[in-house]
Design a protein around this ligand. Structure first.
Ligand code: HEC
Ligand code: HEC
Length: 364
């Protein structure tokens, strides 16, 4: 699905207004760690635990892919089958936006599973919903910090301005909230919590690259060369897009511009720190072949253009990330065309077709 850019422009404006209204909300940081289920690699989700024969919601344990760190649960929002089901329904339901500035939209309208929960187009690139349970700073400039519950509260209260009365008028939702949270009360906190539970299940860790690491698939020579470049000082991508999340969840100015104004100030708009000018969140490279165009402002249409940027297009400025000007890199990577082709071939191994076709993550 393509979306019209003037329309997205006004959405982004709405988002900025929303963001500026956002107050800082502190979550408790010390949380119990959920046990890492014993790492098989075929699936994203696991069924309900047998031990739950009581009347409350059914505890649920996500399956953590091989190589991924354990996940810590929000102390007041344990994962349950019913909570995830509610979050999934809300994600796909335009009722969530009814009466608000985005009336008629569902989350999925801009975040489509087939393209790793993005859609193409617009002046601000739509970030994918991939492995965000491991993230703690959200949006391109990291405006929202905390847990999934915090970014979901922002999406519900400030971005969609969801009207809880609309949901409360639905007897079906009353039933689903009751199943998930033990009473029919419908409020924005519960709504954000349910969405956060569904988001926790949006896990991608079964790409060709993952299977290669587990010795279950082989790489072509080109992919292998690309992989080595990516992870060596020659290509030096791994510092910011390292395994397993393929992002460092941090902010960098990678030299797209040499002067900055308006939204292109990026992280600086939040921190007012000079060295954050033009810095944006490192996006995950998982499923990157599916999420063109690229960069926060969608300026590159292909992975070849992205690699060319790192090779020869990096623009200097005072806030340029030190990694992009160190050593022999000061005048670009100077890769051969074979090496550039290899990097692109490797990036394409990060596609997880199971993730984008998993029926458990699709519209219910
Ligand atoms: C009109 C299009 C649109 C709709 C509808 C939409 N989003 Fe987004 N979403 C975006 C854009 C654009 C961004 C990136 C914005 C930015 O970072 O400034 C984004 C970013 C996000 C992020 C941040 C991801 C990250 O890596 O930091 C999350 C989480 C998110 N959206 C969740 C949702 C949820 C939940 C809904 C439904 C309540 C939703 N979105 C509906 C366009 C949309
Ligand atoms: C200093 C940290 C850093 C290094 C090193 C780095 N990247 Fe990035 N990468 C980022 C950031 C930050 C962005 C987003 C920049 C923006 O939009 O302003 C990004 C964006 C990308 C994107 C586009 C992602 C999207 O969803 O739009 C790709 C693809 C990419 N990088 C690949 C690479 C490759 C390949 C290398 C090695 C040649 C590399 N990166 C090295 C930090 C880095």
């Amino acid at each position: 699905m393509r979306i019209n850019s003037t329309w997205v422009g006004s959405i982004v404006l709405v988002a900025i207004i929303g963001i500026s209204l956002w107050g800082c909300k502190k979550e408790q940081n010390v949380v119990p760690e959920t046990p890492n289920s014993n790492g098989t690699n075929n699936g994203i989700n696991q069924g309900p635990n047998d031990s739950s024969k009581t009347n409350g919601p059914t505890p649920y344990q996500v399956k953590i892919p091989v190589g991924f760190p354990a996940l810590s649960a929000h102390p007041e929002n344990p994962l349950t089958v019913e909570g995830i089901a509610l979050g999934r329904k809300l994600y796909y339901d335009p009722l969530l936006s009814q009466g608000g500035p985005l009336s008629g939209m569902s989350c999925s309208g801009c975040h489509d599973q087939k393209t790793s929960f993005t859609v193409s187009g617009g002046p601000v690139a739509i970030l994918p919903h991939v492995n965000l349970a491991w993230n703690s700073k959200f949006l391109w400039n990291g405006k929202i910090e905390g847990r999934l519950e915090d970014i979901m509260a922002f999406e519900v209260d400030d971005f969609f301005k969801s009207d809880m009365k609309v949901l409360a008028a639905s007897s079906e939702y009353q039933k689903l909230y009751n199943n998930a949270f033990g009473s029919t009360e419908i409020n924005s906190r519960r709504t954000a919590f349910a969405l956060a539970q569904f988001f926790t299940t949006l896990i991608s860790g079964n790409s060709k690259f993952d299977l290669y690491l587990q010795k279950r698939r082989t790489f072509t020579n080109l992919e292998r060369v690309g992989y080595d470049l990516f992870n060596s000082e020659t290509g030096d991508c791994f510092h910011c897009h390292g395994y397993p999340l393929m992002t460092d969840n941090a902010f960098h100015n990678i030299g797209l511009d040499s002067t900055f104004s308006g939204p292109n100030l990026g992280r600086y708009l939040i921190t007012q720190v000079e060295s954050d000018k033009g810095a944006f969140k490192s996006p995950t490279l998982r499923n990157i072949a599916l999420t063109a165009p690229y960069m926060h402002d969608n300026r590159f249409n292909t992975l070849e253009e992205v690699v060319e940027h790192y090779d020869s297009g990096v623009k200097k400025s005072a806030s340029l990330d030190p990694l992009l000007k160190k050593g022999n890199r000061v005048n670009g990577l100077k890769l051969s065309s074979f090496q550039k082709e290899a990097l692109v071939a490797y990036l394409k191994t990060l596609t997880d077709t199971e993730f984008i076709s998993n029926p458990e993550l699709a519209k219910p």
